[in-house]
Design a protein around this ligand. Structure first.
Ligand SMILES: [Zn+2]
Length: 403
């Protein structure tokens, strides 16, 4: 069984859009009230979901405008809060915070309350409780059984997402392995020698976004024209993230279909993108350059890619492995020699020990792939005669070009 989301763009009528806003607002209020109740009384009275659902019924009897919104949406908000607290007590999440307007504008129904019908080749409609039939642009067929339905808004409008459970048997993993090096110039370099980059169209949109951000800075804060420019920035950001996500999905699908085991370097993206600013006493050097590098690292969205690739692989019986990234770009994949002089330029790798020439990113990808197989050799004790001890942990860089 796997859970998949199918997301479509909604086209609500103006009065339906007003209802959407009301639903999102009331659900947010219920969530925040319940959070406050737990903060104040939770410890002494052991308040949980059941108790809060009973209180919700009482609240609905008292206020008409709360009762006007579907009860399941409000219960789902309480469930979200319950989950947030459970995660906090497990130690995997921070203490729950209140939901804000403009950030948490969404509400969820249960699958059995919702009907979907096809209108024609391009359009379908969904019937939501207390809202009615809403049209959406049907861009791809759905499969599996419907579990729940979420309506949410971003800078590009209202969207609906159907969460569905799909029966599935993973195929056996018989495909070859591949190592992938993630970089800033080439987003992905495979150990097969292939290179994959984000689409070029992204750069132009990013440039436009920077221009509009300057407009925002020039306008009077809080004015109508300022808000208008801000909305333009939000729309461009949403478009950028959509293009990036699309690329992640397409590329990871391609990789997951062709390879069984994918090896990535275990990157600590938070540490990598730490600010170079330093302190007042010891100001950092090259702060602007570091900030630029951080931006391009974050722009690649490596973490998102990893998550998408992991589930696409799991669906096909493949696995995602991670290895220590230390010195993967300075090590020779043929003779293990580690020297930073081997890295002739950003793109070219020429081993100063054995003279092996390769694209620097491909060489790094080969190292990443080899580190994983080296691990398995040790663990499964195949007894391979290894050329020399492979640097699995943090290898010591040599000063003279030899290991
Ligand atoms: Zn070499």
């Amino acid at each position: 069984m796997i859970l998949r989301g199918f997301r479509y763009k909604l086209v609500p009528a103006p009065e339906q859009e007003a209802l959407f806003r009301q639903f999102a607002g009331v659900c947010r209020l219920v969530y925040n009230l319940a959070l406050e109740q737990r903060q104040v009384w939770g410890r002494s009275h052991r308040i949980g979901y059941i108790q809060q659902a009973v209180d919700l019924t009482r609240l609905r009897a008292e206020y008409d405008w709360i009762a006007a919104v579907s009860q399941t949406c409000q219960q789902q908000a309480l469930r979200d809060l319950d989950k947030a607290f459970a995660n906090f007590f497990k130690g995997v999440a921070r203490y729950p915070t209140s939901r804000c307007k403009g950030v948490n504008d969404s509400f969820r129904f249960q699958g059995r309350e919702v009907n979907v019908k096809r209108l024609n080749g391009k359009w379908s409609a969904v019937r939501l409780p207390k809202i009615g039939w809403v049209k959406f642009r049907d861009t791809r067929p759905m499969r599996g059984t419907l579990k729940n339905v979420t309506v949410s808004v971003d800078a590009l409008g209202w969207h609906i997402s159907f969460a569905r459970e799909i029966e599935h048997d993973a195929a056996a993993n018989t495909r070859p392995s591949v190592g992938i090096d993630r970089g800033v110039v080439n987003t992905l370099a495979l150990s097969t020698g292939e290179q994959m980059s984000m689409p070029r169209s992204l750069e132009a949109i990013e440039q436009r976004k920077r221009r509009v951000q300057k407009v925002v800075a020039r306008r009077k804060r809080g004015s109508k024209r300022w808000a208008k420019a801000l909305r333009r920035v939000a729309r461009l950001s949403a478009r950028i993230s959509r293009i990036r996500k699309d690329w992640h999905h397409k590329t990871s699908l391609d990789i997951a279909c062709r390879f069984g085991t994918v090896v990535l370097e275990d990157l600590k993206i938070n540490n990598m993108t730490a600010s170079g600013r330093g302190t007042m006493a010891e100001p950092g050097r090259n702060v602007r350059q570091k900030a630029g590098l951080n931006r391009s690292i974050l722009n690649q969205g490596w973490f998102g890619f990893e998550t998408i690739l992991a589930y696409k692989l799991a669906e096909r019986g493949g696995t995602l492995e991670k290895v220590d990234p230390a010195y993967t770009s300075q090590q020779c994949s043929q003779c293990d020699c580690i020297d930073k002089r081997s890295r002739e330029s950003q793109a070219r790798f020429v081993c100063i020990d054995c003279g092996y020439v390769e694209h620097a990113d491909t060489n790094a990808a080969l190292n990443i792939l080899r580190r994983n197989t080296a691990f398995m050799r040790v663990e499964e004790s195949f007894g391979f005669p290894m050329k020399r001890e492979l640097p699995i942990g943090n290898p010591r860089p040599s000063g003279w070009g030899r290991c």
